[in-house]
Ligand binder design. Structure first.
Ligand SMILES: Cc1ncc(COP(=O)(O)O)c(C=O)c1O
Length: 390
């Protein structure tokens, strides 16, 4: 896997550009070059075909159908697939179709921060349901049912694998969520954009337990091509599909980038080997980081995750608030990570660290983290002006 060598158009690097030496471990892009099999095949495409208005031919759908069947045991057909230019765009549209202003949408806490933002921007209300933490996250289903019932919840949106923690919801958990959704007429939306970054094949797609769920996925995280802006919406239920497609066409959300669709086909047809190599790299990084923290007695707890390229690290033992901790990470450690509070109000003693990188860049993070922790342990917490970027 080749290392990223040109950061010119990277938002992640732009966000730290005002600090001379600060290195980012934030946004979900890898410190790796676009995989060679993708660039080679995109060049081939560009040499052979004009960038015309694009016809979404059957071959594009077939690549998705095959990938989902082989890797997720999910049987799909052509009619189950819609394209969007981003997962978040699609979720926005789903919110607009299946809820009205001031109606309630349930999110687990913690959860991917962007979900909170779009629900608020669309003037719906968020019902926060805290995941119960006991070494890992669990769902108290008795409480969940009460909350759904009391608040007349319209939709539940989850990320699975869970961003930030990397938890993979079990078959039983998904089944129980699905039952509650059926009982209280709630739409179940499962964002599975990280579904191909699981270390043990344990991932269950919501569509295999709940025919009436809507699943989002994409090649963008797995193959490090976030800028290609293409996302896939999977819907088995005909009535739901009809509603989404009708609104999608009416509001022009069906207009997507031809290179995104071609890249989707390239990745799903040719990307299995690269995907496996990526999993090996991330698993190695995860193990290395956990061992490092143990060996150096940093007193930090890493969430026992089975997926994603994030480390979800608890720093409660350091007795420092989020603002001060981030200032020290930037000023003393010269590293930027994503704040836990971005993922919910109870996660301000956590950080999310992107470890999709080589061992050298990972070591840089770990050495910096050690330096900051030791600085805090000496009791000298400088009053540095707030300067974190994330
Ligand atoms: C769970 C989850 N959903 C959605 C997104 C964003 O996807 P897109 O760029 O397709 O909108 C991310 C990006 O990190 C994510 O982690």
């Amino acid at each position: 896997m080749d290392l990223l060598n040109n950061k010119k158009y990277s938002l992640k690097w732009h966000n730290v550009s005002e600090y001379e030496n600060v290195k980012p471990f934030t946004i979900a892009d890898m410190e790796l070059k676009t995989p060679k099999f993708i660039t080679d095949n995109l060049i081939k495409y560009l040499k052979n075909y004009p960038l015309t208005y694009f016809y979404k031919s059957k071959e594009i759908y077939d690549s998705i159908i095959n990938w989902q069947f082989i890797n997720h045991n999910l049987k799909l057909n052509y009619e189950n697939i819609l394209f969007f230019n981003s997962t978040i765009t699609c979720i926005c549209l789903l919110i607009k179709i299946f809820s009205n202003k001031n109606e309630n949408i349930l999110l687990f806490d913690p959860e991917y921060g962007h979900f909170f933002d779009i629900i608020i921007n669309l003037k719906r209300k968020i019902i926060i349901f805290e995941l119960f933490f006991d070494g890992s996250y669990f769902i108290d289903f008795i409480k969940l049912e009460k909350i759904i019932k009391k608040n007349k919840v319209k939709m539940i949106i989850i990320s699975n694998p869970h961003n930030p923690s990397g938890k993979i919801y079990t078959y039983d958990e998904l089944k129980k969520i699905s039952k509650l959704c059926k009982k209280y007429n709630v739409l179940f939306v499962s964002d599975e954009i990280h579904q191909d970054i699981c270390f043990n094949n344990k991932h269950t797609t919501a569509l295999s337990v709940c025919n009436k769920s809507i699943v989002l996925t994409s090649i963008t995280k797995t193959f490090n091509v976030s800028g290609i802006k293409t996302s896939i919406c999977l819907i088995k239920n005909k009535n739901l599909k009809y509603k989404v497609e009708k609104k999608q066409i009416r509001e022009c959300y069906n207009i997507v980038n031809s290179l995104g669709l071609i890249t989707t086909k390239i990745c799903y047809d040719l990307g299995k080997k690269w995907n496996s190599e990526l999993l090996t790299l991330i698993k190695k990084n995860r193990d290395y980081a956990i061992n490092f923290m143990k060996k150096k007695k940093l007193n930090l707890k890493v969430y026992p995750s089975d997926s994603t390229y994030f480390l979800w690290i608890n720093y409660e033992s350091l007795n420092i608030d989020e603002k001060n901790f981030f200032n020290l990470l930037i000023k003393i450690g010269e590293i930027d990570v994503t704040r836990g509070s971005y993922f919910g109000k109870n996660s301000d003693k956590w950080i999310r660290v992107n470890i999709a990188c080589d061992n050298k860049y990972l070591k840089l993070f770990l050495n910096s983290l050690e330096k900051v922790v030791n600085h805090i342990k000496t009791g000298k917490i400088d009053d540095i002006k707030c300067c974190s970027t994330s």
